[in-house]
Each structure stands twice: as structure tokens, then as C-alpha cells.
Design a protein around this ligand. Structure first.
Ligand SMILES: Cc1cc2nc3c(=O)[nH]c(=O)nc-3n(C[C@H](O)[C@H](O)[C@H](O)COP(=O)(O)OP(=O)(O)OC[C@H]3O[C@@H](n4cnc5c(N)ncnc54)[C@H](O)[C@@H]3O)c2cc1C
Length: 404
């Protein structure tokens, strides 16, 4: 069927949807408030674009109905993704932990190929044109946008989330969804740095360590991982913090208490550490305690531990205070006051309620011809290429449906 289709958002899901839908006889216009396509894609993976992962499975997705992704992941699996991007001219490469990137390691390659494929298939881009309103009308939709009004047979809301508004993101997708009667779950930031109220933390600002980290929610350990932790002047950052951040952010959003427990010496069990420190303290009995941990931990970390335990670094340490120090090295708890919010977040959890969307086509169950793709939907993925994969897969499903 030949249709006039509007896509709101020239981002990841919008462009894949356009390329796929253009395989039919459709006339397609993509609106974007930015002056160019794929602005957020350019910022992904530190400019390298972690496009997907070799292990795309449902466990990596979250939301109120995470099984919603099942069909999309099956239809747009690893092989399909490879062949889709290869058919555009883009070659992918993998790194050890399963993350996939364009072979050039340049996010701009991904945008270039997506935009070129859209244009080759006759898709029209309308840049610097924010869609302001959408109204169902006579079996179609009237769109008001900066610069005009127009009727379309079908509309795809691919407008993303409000994560990192500096890249032009906003929450208009939820407003459009609500306007036409869709429910949505309030967004909250995930894959985001954490702010601590503990001043000691800032003592170690700038220090990066490999540690085992646990998210402790209402005094219960809910998630434990090992990885990079970076102390900053506001709290905690680093890849492992991003990986813990959904658990923490969700807890804070629901009014629960949250902290991060840090094991600074994960390869040394507590009894061994206690023993080692005792032997060291005995061997170097006149050594000031600040030197006792020298070479084991970064000096700024030692200063932070001493401040917390009120240890005078100029004096020798033994007995119970030494045992407490060993315990603290393995169980240093940092209270989390907040996240850095949408402005620091890579992704927002929450979004349009999946139960009102057909998982096979991404079409609204309330309005035919209306589609939701990508991050605007109440699905968020782990770090590692899962969010972009969801954007590609959901955009593909909507495009496929529109191409029939
Ligand atoms: C810094 C950063 C790094 C990231 N790194 C990765 C990574 O390496 N791997 C990964 O998997 N994910 C990563 N993500 C997440 C990923 O980029 C997003 O999940 C994905 O881009 C979402 O795709 P989308 O199609 O839903 O929306 P987007 O790609 O955000 O596109 C939405 C588009 O809609 C436009 N728009 C919004 N409202 C309107 C309107 N009313 N009118 C007109 N246009 C509008 C916006 O300008 C935007 O261009 C990262 C995110 C950030 C911020």
C-alpha cells in the first residue's frame, strides 16, 4: 500500500525505520529539530559508536515489560543486523567483551551510511523543524511542525528520550503519546554518574581504580560487579558505576536509600588482608600508618580511608584499629544522594507503556498507523550496545510493517 509517512526523529530508530519502510511504495519525510541527522549517534561510544553486541539477549533489557523486546530481537538478530549494515556499506568489528563497533571506530561512519541509504531511497529530511503537535484526523494524522502543517497516513514517533538534552534530545515523544491517549511511565536517568553527599569521597577526586562494587539499597545488596571506578569532585563515575546506575537510580526514584560499597582489594580476601597488614605493622613497627598502605592503594584512597576512620597517618597502627582499616578497605560505603540527572545520562528508563504497543510491529494498539520506536518506548538496555540495538530492531519492525 502506498502511504505518506512522517517519522519524528532522524536518530537511530527513525533512520532504520525510514530505510526499511522505503522498500515499499511509501513517501517518507523525517523531521528533526536538529540541523543534521543522528546527532546522538555521533556521541555514542565516545565517538566510536558501540553499535550492538555479540550477545543480544532479553536479560539485558529492562522496563515494566522487558519480554516485549523478544520479537524484535528475534527478527533483528545478530545475523540480520550484520547483513542490514553490510547492505548499507558498513563493516563491523568486535572487541573482546562482545561489543560491536563500525570498523572505522567512527560513529560518523554509521550516520553517513544511514543518511545516504535514506536519501538513495527517496526519503526527505526536514531539518531544524521541531514537530509541535500531532492530531488523529480522518484515519490519518495531522502534524504541526516549525514551518508548516501536513496530513500523513502514518506517523512514527522515533523522538528518543530526554537523556543529554545538550544533544538536542527532549521529552516531546511522551507528550505526543499522552495527547493521543497512550500511558507512559515517568522517565528516570540510567547509565549515569552518581552524586555523593559524603565529602570524604572528593578527597580521592581524579583517582581511577579497578574494584568490586555493590549497589546497596535499603541496606540490602542488590547488584555486585567488578570494573572501573572513578572518583570525581561530585561523587562516582566510571564504567562500573554506569553499570550499577540503573539499580541505584531506580531506588532513589522510588524514595529508597542507596549507597555503593567498594572493595578496593578484590583479589585479597579479608582474612588474608588482615593477616598481611598485621605482619607488615609488626615488621615495620615504627612505620607511620600512612606508609603502611603505601604501594597497596593510591595515596588519595588511603587519605580518604583515614579521614573516615579518624586515623592519624603520622602514627603507627596496630590491633583493633588496624583490623577496622582492613575491613574498611573491603567495605567502603559511599552514600548516594542523587544521580547526575538527564543532562549526564546516556539513557532514560521509562517511556510509552509497552502493553499498548504491538511487539511484532511497534504499532499502537490504540491507533492504527501510529508507531513508537527506540528509546521513547518503556525499554532500556544495559551498557554495551544494547540501547542502539533496540533502536535498530524496533525501527526495523515498524519499517517492515509500513513496507507491506
Ligand atoms: C553520550 C551517549 C553515548 C551513548 N552511547 C551508546 C553506545 O555506545 N551504545 C548504545 O547502544 N547506546 C548508546 N547510547 C544510547 C543511544 O544513543 C540511544 O538509546 C539511541 O540513540 C536511541 O535511539 P532513538 O532512535 O530512540 O533516538 P535518538 O537517536 O535520540 O533520535 C531521536 C531524534 O529525534 C529528534 N527529535 C526529538 N523530538 C523531536 C521533535 N518534537 N521534532 C523533531 N525532532 C525531534 C532528536 O533531535 C533526535 O535526533 C548513548 C547515549 C548517549 C547520550
Amino acid at each position: 500500500m502506498k502511504r505518506k509517512v512522517a517519522i519524528i526523529g532522524a536518530g537511530a530508530s527513525g533512520m532504520v525505520c525510514a530505510i526499511t519502510a522505503a522498500s515499499g511504495n511509501n513517501t517518507i519525510k523525517i523531521f528533526d529539530k536538529n540541523s543534521r541527522a543522528g546527532r546522538k549517534i555521533l556521541a555514542t561510544g565516545n565517538g566510536r559508536c558501540n553499535i550492538s553486541n555479540t550477545a543480544i539477549t532479553m536479560e539485558h533489557y529492562h522496563g515494566h515489560h522487558p519480554s516485549f523486546v523478544r520479537h524484535a530481537l528475534k527478527q533483528f538478530d545478530r545475523d540480520k543486523m550484520d547483513s542490514f549494515f553490510r547492505s548499507l556499506g558498513l563493516e563491523l568489528t568486535g572487541v573482546e567483551d562482545g561489543r560491536l563497533f563500525p570498523m572505522s571506530l567512527q560513529a560518523s561512519s554509521v550516520v553517513d551510511f544511514l543518511e545516504f541509504a535514506c536519501r538513495k531511497k527517496g526519503v526527505t529530511f526536514v531539518f531544524e523543524s521541531e514537530v509541535l503537535d500531532i492530531t488523529p484526523e480522518n484515519g490519518g494524522y495531522k502534524l504541526s511542525y516549525e514551518g508548516g502543517r501536513e496530513r500523513f497516513d502514518a506517523v512514527v514517533i522515533a523522538s528518543g528520550s530526554g537523556a543529554m538534552p545538550s544533544l538536542g534530545s527532549n521529552e516531546s515523544g511522551y507528550t505526543f503519546a499522552q495527547k493521543v491517549g497512550h500511558r507512559f511511565y515517568d522517565p528516570f536517568p540510567v547509565l549515569v554518574q552518581l552524586i555523593s553527599a559524603d565529602k570524604q569521597c572528593t578527597r580521592a577526586s581524579g583517582v581511577k581504580v579497578d574494584a568490586v562494587l555493590s549497589a546497596v539499597i535499603d541496606h540490602q545488596t542488590e547488584q555486585t560487579i567488578r570494573g572501573d571506578l572513578l572518583f570525581t569532585n561530585y561523587g562516582l563515575s566510571g564504567l562500573a558505576i554506569l553499570d550499577l546506575s540503573r539499580t541505584i537510580s531506580s531506588a532513589l526514584y522510588h524514595g529508597r536509600s542507596a549507597s555503593v560499597r567498594i572493595d578496593f582489594l578484590p583479589d585479597m580476601p579479608l582474612p588474608s588482608l588482615k593477616k598481611a597488614l598485621t605482619v607488615r605493622a609488626k615488621t615495620f613497627s615504627s612505620m607511620p600508618s600512612s606508609l603502611l598502605l603505601n604501594g597497596l592503594l593510591h595515596k588519595k584512597i588511603v587519605a580518604m580511608l583515614f579521614e573516615k576512620l579518624h586515623i592519624d597517618g603520622s602514627k603507627a597502627l596496630s590491633g583493633k584499629p588496624l583490623q577496622s582499616l582492613a575491613y574498611e578497605i573491603k567495605n567502603f560505603e559511599v552514600k548516594i544522594a542523587d544521580t547526575r540527572g538527564p543532562k549526564g545520562a546516556e539513557v532514560m528508563a521509562g517511556g510509552v507503556d509497552c502493553s499498548e504497543i504491538d511487539p511484532k510491529t511497534m504499532e499502537s494498539r490504540l491507533h492504527s498507523g501510529l508507531f513508537f520506536t527506540g528509546e521513547v518506548v518503556d525499554i532500556d538496555g544495559d551498557r554495551g550496545g544494547y540501547n542502539l540495538h533496540w533502536a535498530w530492531a524496533s525501527g526495523y519492525l515498524a519499517g517492515k510493517r509500513l513496507s507491506l
